[in-house]
Write a protein that binds this ligand. Structure first.
Ligand code: NAD
Length: 384
């Protein structure tokens, strides 16, 4: 029976867990042996007793479990020496592995002969939707970002007719309408705000309008859509014109949610310090691109910045602020991926020619398979 280990997350601020009693039960049904570190679900309100009742064995000694596990399910990247470095050759690791940042950890995975799948690399094809952890967690980020802004705003979001007179609805600008941005638009609309949206992919306009947002038109000489439905990197000339156009919308905004990203590149700089200073005092900016350098020049990871009365928040892991449902969805995403690693008899037999597995594969057979990471590590790439 393949041992599937679910450790307690140890990164500061990481409250999620990679399996829940629901997915543990499904693992046991498939003939897998789930091992859950004691307390792994505590921060996300899944109790040890519920994991046990679902068929998991509770583990007190995580170090030993890392050594003997056939599969490890993680949320955040494992620690290099004490976690990744302990895995046995041929073991499978699934999680957000942040390969661009965690180079030493990747090196140890490759050196140890570990087969690792990074959820950030999962191709966004239709068949991969149940496994799309990037989407399930980004959606939480978009939702929470609006709630965060609403909480810190010195005013209402909705239009209100009261005995004391009328309150005008707040104006919210959303920049970047991918998964997080669309959820931010939907949430701000539900709360009654007037929502304006900027994005560079033309396909987004219809989605924005169907949610009740107003699309800010940009003079696009060519589509801002690049490979795989993602945005491409726009030149500085374009970004300057975009900033000019968006500026007057920002000047009238009460809240701004930024989520704009370009795969493999630093986040586009959409709001300069000067633009912040032209905004209304009391306005709130929530920059969800902060980990990739930020869409706003002034945002800082997990710090509050106050500039000319404008509050700038840069939460780096908002999904962890809603750990129960975040874990519920994440665990289902990971379980869906685990399922396609099994053959018809329920044995661990990943078909690395499967486009989903091939796309998400980071290390295998002693090498770093993901090219950009291999190049970063300056390793010789050998095809799997
Ligand atoms: P992302 O996180 O890479 O980027 C967020 C948004 O920022 C994108 O909409 C992008 O166009 C936008 N952006 C980039 N540069 C910008 C700029 N200068 N100004 C304004 N906005 C800018 O995107 P994502 O949320 O991961 O989604 C990417 C695409 O993948 C979307 O089309 C999404 O619908 C699609 N998707 C498809 C599936 C599927 O299964 N088919 C699943 C999830 C997402």
């Amino acid at each position: 029976m393949a041992k599937v280990f679910i450790p307690r997350e140890r990164r500061p601020g990481e409250t999620r867990v990679a399996a829940t009693p629901e997915t543990v039960r499904r693992m046991a049904k498939l003939g897998l042996e789930p091992l859950v570190e004691a307390g792994a679900g505590e921060a996300s309100l899944f109790r040890d007793a519920d994991f046990e009742a679902a068929g998991a064995r509770l583990v007190a000694d995580a170090a030993e479990a890392w050594k003997t596990a056939d599969v490890v399910l993680k949320v955040a990247p494992p620690e290099a020496t004490n976690e990744a470095g302990r895995l046995k050759p041929g073991a499978v690791l699934i999680g957000f592995l942040a390969p661009h940042r965690e180079l030493e950890m990747v090196r140890l995975l490759a050196a140890g002969g570990v087969t690792s799948f990074a959820l950030e690399l999962l191709p966004r094809v239709t068949r991969a939707q149940p496994m799309d952890a990037l989407s399930s967690q980004a959606s939480i980020g978009g939702y929470k970002a609006v709630l965060l802004a609403a909480w810190r705003l010195p005013k209402y979001l909705p239009l209100l007719m009261t005995a004391a007179g009328t309150i005008k609805p707040a104006r919210v600008v959303v920049m970047g309408a991918g998964v997080a941005g669309l959820q931010a638009i939907a949430t701000a609309k539900r709360l009654g705000a007037v929502v304006e949206v900027s994005d560079v992919r033309p396909a987004v306009k219809e989605q924005v309008e169907s949610l009740g947002g107003r699309f800010i038109e940009l003079p696009l000489a060519e589509s801002g859509e690049g490979q795989g439905g993602y945005a491409r990197e726009m030149g500085e000339d374009f970004l300057r014109r975009q900033r000019e156009i968006v500026q007057r919308h920002l000047a009238a905004a009460d809240a701004v949610i930024t989520t704009a990203l370009v795969p493999g590149k630093p986040a586009p700089r959409l709001i300069t310090a000067e633009m912040v200073r032209a905004m209304r005092p009391g306005a709130v900016i929530v920059d969800l691109a902060v980990e990739q350098g930020g869409n706003c020049e002034l945002s800082q990871p997990d710090r509050e910045v106050l500039e000319n009365g404008v509050l700038i928040l840069g939460p780096s892991n908002l999904a962890a602020a809603m750990p129960h449902d975040a874990s519920l969805l994440y665990a289902r995403n990971v379980f869906a991926l685990l399922q396609i690693l099994l053959d018809k008899e329920g044995k661990l037999a990943p078909d690395l020619n499967d486009e989903i597995l091939a796309g998400a594969l980071l290390t295998h057979g002693g090498t770093v398979v993901h090219k950009p990471t291999a190049e970063r590590l300056d390793l010789q790439e050998v095809p799997a």
